[in-house]
Design a protein around this ligand. Structure first.
Ligand SMILES: [Zn+2]
Length: 438
């Protein structure tokens, strides 16, 4: 990865896709002193962007950076560096750290360290309840004032009805989204993969998909009564998608995200018994994958995320039943989204760009920046025709826990620009670039 400070730079001849102003055309993009400019000054650095897509900076609104407290898995430095290498100019990070992100001090610490790392914007998501224990609400106002962009107990759902009702009320008062990890432990406890044919074949305890759907149902009901923005994290079943579809049709302020892996892999992958096919929510059968794709296409699901969840090799190396759930995703996300939605003929790059830019920024109310003259540059560059082989050893993340190691993918992020900071990852070791026709 190459990082440089560029006072004047021109991306020449790229395809500019900007959903903020519905733009899709071949054009030069000029950046002077970190701001999009109309005219190129003398001595401008020119980058040949022919064949590239130049888009507004991508945001992954669901990552685990593990810091503070679990720096053997990941740090804000390595996680945000992995994000930039994966084509992201911003990430929103979940509060299941140690200590938990449930006080203004921890939120401030994450923001300060994100800025110091300076690889991408780091937006902290605060816990809904103290220590994510599901009992006592955090101080929503103080955490919002400290810079939290949303609230979530991710890793677990808020099970208690009265606590969740009160959370909706507090979230409405401060005007922040509630992001729910939808899972009733009382229904899913002991399950290590999706409950179904494959779990029966493998003899693994199954995780009942109704644990996800029942919580979404309860929450949509609360949303209807209280009217505060509710966001479903990592949606994964056909019925869950249908519940959100109906809630949106009713006009409720409900949004949803889907993980790249839930758009590609099914529970059949668990037959490998690789711990890197274990995640929460678990990989689902084909019909659920199809429903998630369909939900994205019709706007029921708003955006795509990674749920980037790094673990050490040691932690993951204990076999499927005992391994912690989750996989890394930042450095494969854009290519995998293309694999799921473009290679299949379902969508085009315009849609993929929207799922990673306008959509998550609208949900979080974060930086809203199109490629317009006078705006601070915030760009993601993609080579949609580059083919590459995933090699986990080249990841900048500390995590190597991916089920996609060795996969051949088409479409690759080649860099980001934030203000004057240019990050190019054209020559990542071990990755070969060649051009194919898509
Ligand atoms: Zn979660």
């Amino acid at each position: 990865m190459h990082i440089s400070q560029e006072q004047a730079i021109m991306f020449q001849g790229g395809r500019v896709i900007d959903p903020y102003c519905d733009r899709d055309e071949v054009a030069d993009v000029i950046v002077v002193d970190g701001t999009i400019a109309a005219k190129a000054p003398a001595n401008i650095k020119i980058i040949n962007a022919t064949g590239w897509i130049i888009a507004p900076g991508f945001l992954d609104m669901h990552v685990h950076l593990r810091e503070p407290g679990q720096t053997d898995k990941e740090t804000i430095e390595t996680g945000s560096q992995a994000a930039a290498a994966g084509g992201f100019t911003a990430v929103a990070c979940m509060p299941n750290t140690q200590p938990c992100m449930d006080t203004p001090d921890v939120i401030t610490q994450v923001i300060v360290q994100g800025r110091a790392a300076n690889h991408c914007a780091v937006y902290p998501i605060a816990a809904i309840t103290e220590n994510r224990a599901g009992r006592v609400l955090v101080d929503f106002r103080a955490l919002k004032d400290a810079g939290a962009v949303a609230f979530s107990d991710d890793g677990v759902g808020v099970e208690d009805d009265s606590v969740m009702r009160a959370a909706f009320e507090r979230a409405r008062q401060v005007g922040a989204p509630l992001i729910q990890h939808c899972e009733y432990k009382k229904m899913s406890d002991g399950g290590i993969m999706h409950l179904g044919k494959v779990s029966q074949q493998l003899g693994f305890p199954g995780l009942d998909p109704r644990s996800e759907e029942a919580m979404i149902e309860r929450d949509i009901d609360l949303c209807r009564q209280i009217g505060s923005h509710y966001h479903v994290a990592h949606i994964s079943t056909a019925k869950a998608v249908e519940l959100v579809r109906k809630a949106k049709a009713e006009g409720l302020p409900v949004t949803a995200e889907v993980c790249t892996h839930h758009l590609i892999l099914t529970d059949e992958a668990c037959k490998s018994a690789s711990p890197n096919t274990k995640m929460h929510p678990p990989l689902r059968p084909k019909a659920d994958v199809a429903a998630c794709r369909e939900g994205l296409l019709d706007g029921t699901i708003d955006c795509v995320v990674t749920d980037h969840a790094p673990h050490t090799e040691k932690e993951k190396g204990v076999g499927f039943p005992k391994a912690p759930p989750g996989i890394v995703g930042l450095e494969t996300a854009i290519s995998l989204a293309a694999r799921a939605m473009i290679d299949t003929g379902l969508a085009d790059w315009k849609k993929v760009v929207r799922w990673f830019t306008t959509a998550p920024n609208e949900i979080l109310g974060t930086v809203d920046r199109g490629i317009e003259v006078g705006k601070t540059a915030n760009l993601t560059m993609i080579d949609p025709q580059a083919t590459w082989k995933v090699d986990k050893h080249t990841f900048l993340s500390k995590g190597r826990n991916t089920p996609f190691d060795g996969w051949d993918l088409v479409g690759k992020p080649v860099g980001t620009l934030r203000g004057v900071q240019l990050t190019l990852s054209l020559t990542r070791q071990g990755n070969h670039n060649k051009t194919v026709t898509r």
